[in-house]
Design a protein around this ligand. Structure first.
Ligand SMILES: Cc1cc2nc3c(=O)[nH]c(=O)nc-3n(C[C@H](O)[C@H](O)[C@H](O)COP(=O)(O)OP(=O)(O)OC[C@H]3O[C@@H](n4cnc5c(N)ncnc54)[C@H](O)[C@@H]3O)c2cc1C
Length: 480
């Protein structure tokens, strides 16, 4: 199809949309405010020479599972997924950690009496993994392409993760492992639909793993940019768009922005109903990031935790519930839930020999500027890895405000483009049949504020671009 497209924002979704449009034949220009493309999936040597630090996303279960990334064949542009020996670990004060392995059977065996329930919960989803992924990485309100897979997953999804964990598991290992996965929803586990996250992340571990990208998450977005170039498109960096007139005339415009930024754009006459819906959009709990360069491996009390690519540092199910509830209520938790990535367990290129980059972030209140947050992250690490403080050579803290200053889509430090509570999980960003339509002809929203939501999978960009192409074809038919 001939024509021109402008994309505002070169995050994974903006780039995914750009690639889909360029491959369809459009002449695509991406405008990116920052000095380089990649949005919240960039990497840099912020801990010193020889380090590779993921500045945003780190671990990519849904990048590896993304139907779009697979279809694009991003490995041709150097993207390689690397898997750690253990997918994830959940250390506890008392007793051994919960360990999530690629193998469902091995994970179940490690959970003793809870192994059977673990298998029962995940097996059906793992067996229908590809259909499930296609269904959940798409708008949920539509005729499902794979009703059986969606039904099988749907039986497990609606419940609060805390209720599922307590009903199915007896041990803190299994409960913690499930709650840690559910906490990727950035909601307290008492919320409805949080079981969907627990089950999906658990099943992803067994189906595709939770890999990291060789050389840093930047490799994912670099591959998308290379594909875009291959198909004639371009990215203009240092190109902050504040008025739609800046992008010039284009047949379609895709916005890789969250609702607050869309509302702030000049030159965009949004219909009142849509404008009101965007104004009601709620941003959620924030992340406070702490990156560390250590002069050796993390001294985890249980050495098996060192083999995990991801570590959920939050203690028991009850503690995770309390921490998430406090953060959501605007109070800095004494013991926050901390997500840790040890990319080096899969990719030794992340730090000079003998050293380790430790990536982590804690869930803290939206917009939190409490200077104690970084110290609380260290306390949580020290709790399960005594002596880790003595190994720190470099430390970089990134508060929610600094995250937003780095990337305007991270409003108040919310890394998901808006909270997943209530209707916002299903209807992103407004209750309407087409989640990507802005109501302005030719202008579409493609960020993580649209389905399927946060994560580096490019599927919001993919679906938005497909709608944009269909819309363009329709309008051309109409005008003859
Ligand atoms: C600390 C952190 C940890 C994360 N961890 C993971 C993880 O481990 N795994 C995972 O899958 N996901 C993770 N995520 C989430 C993931 O990175 C995001 O969901 C994903 O990047 C969203 O992509 P996007 O394209 O919608 O938006 P973004 O990646 O936020 O990109 C938006 C882009 O638009 C640009 N922009 C904004 N306003 C304008 C403007 N007016 N003009 C021009 N350009 C503009 C921004 O500069 C940015 O480059 C994490 C995110 C963060 C911040």
């Amino acid at each position: 199809m001939q024509g021109t497209a402008a994309v505002v924002g070169a995050g994974p979704n903006g780039l995914a949309a750009a690639v889909v449009l360029a491959r369809a034949g459009l002449d695509v220009t991406v405008h990116e405010a920052a000095g380089e493309a990649g949005g919240a999936a960039r990497s840099a040597a912020v801990l010193g020479p020889g380090t590779v630090v993921d500045l945003g996303s780190a671990v990519h279960p849904f990048g590896a599972a993304s139907p779009l990334f697979t279809q694009l064949g991003l490995h041709r542009h150097g993207l390689e997924w690397l898997h750690p020996p253990v997918v994830a670990a959940h250390p506890l004060d008392d007793g051994p950690p919960g360990l999530l392995h690629r193998s469902l059977e091995r994970t179940a065996a490690g959970l003793g009496a809870d192994g059977r329930a673990w298998s029962l919960l995940h097996r059906g989803v793992v067996e229908r993994w590809e259909e499930t992924v296609e269904s959940v990485l798409a708008p949920l309100v539509r005729v499902p392409a794979h009703p059986l897979a969606l039904a099988s997953f749907g039986l497990r999804a609606p419940w609060p993760a805390a209720a599922t964990a307590r009903a199915l598991f007896r041990s803190e290992q299994a409960r913690g492992l499930f709650a840690g996965s559910a906490a990727h929803a950035v909601l307290p586990p008492r919320h409805v639909l949080t079981s969907a996250f627990g089950t999906l992340f658990g099943a992803a571990a067994h189906a595709t793993g939770w890999p990291v990208a060789r050389g840093g998450s930047q490799a994912v977005v670099d591959a998308l940019v290379a594909d875009l170039h291959e198909h004639g498109g371009r990215v203009l960096v240092h190109s902050l768009v504040t008025d739609l007139a800046q992008v010039g005339p284009a047949d379609v415009v895709l916005l890789d922005l969250t609702p607050r930024q869309v509302l702030g754009l000049s030159g965009l006459e949004l219909p009142d109903r849509y404008r009101r819906a965007l104004a009601r959009w709620r941003y959620g709990t924030a992340s406070y990031k702490v990156d560390l360069l250590l002069d050796g491996p993390v001294p985890w009390r249980d050495p098996r935790v060192a083999e995990a690519g991801t570590v959920h540092v939050g203690g028991t199910l009850a503690e995770i519930g309390a921490a998430e509830s406090q953060a959501r209520a605007g109070r800095l938790p004494e013991r926050p839930f901390v997500l840790v990535a040890q990319q080096g367990a899969a990719d030794p290129s992340r730090a000079p020999a003998g050293q380790q980059v430790l990536w982590s972030y804690a869930h803290v209140p939206h917009g939190c500027d409490d200077a104690r947050a970084g110290e609380r992250v260290l306390q949580q690490l020290e709790r399960f890895a005594p002596g880790v403080r003595d190994r720190i050579r470099e430390r970089v803290d990134t508060s929610p405000a600094r995250l937003e200053a780095w990337n305007a889509n991270l409003v108040g430090g919310d890394i998901g483009g808006g909270s997943l509570d209530g209707l916002q999980q299903v209807f992103r960003p407004a209750v309407q049949a087409d989640p990507y339509a802005t109501g302005v002809p030719g202008v579409w929203l493609c960020s993580s504020s649209t389905p399927p939501g946060g994560g580096v999978h490019g599927m919001s960009g993919y679906h938005a671009a497909r709608r944009a192409l269909r819309g363009l074809a329709r309008s051309r038919r109409r005008t003859g």
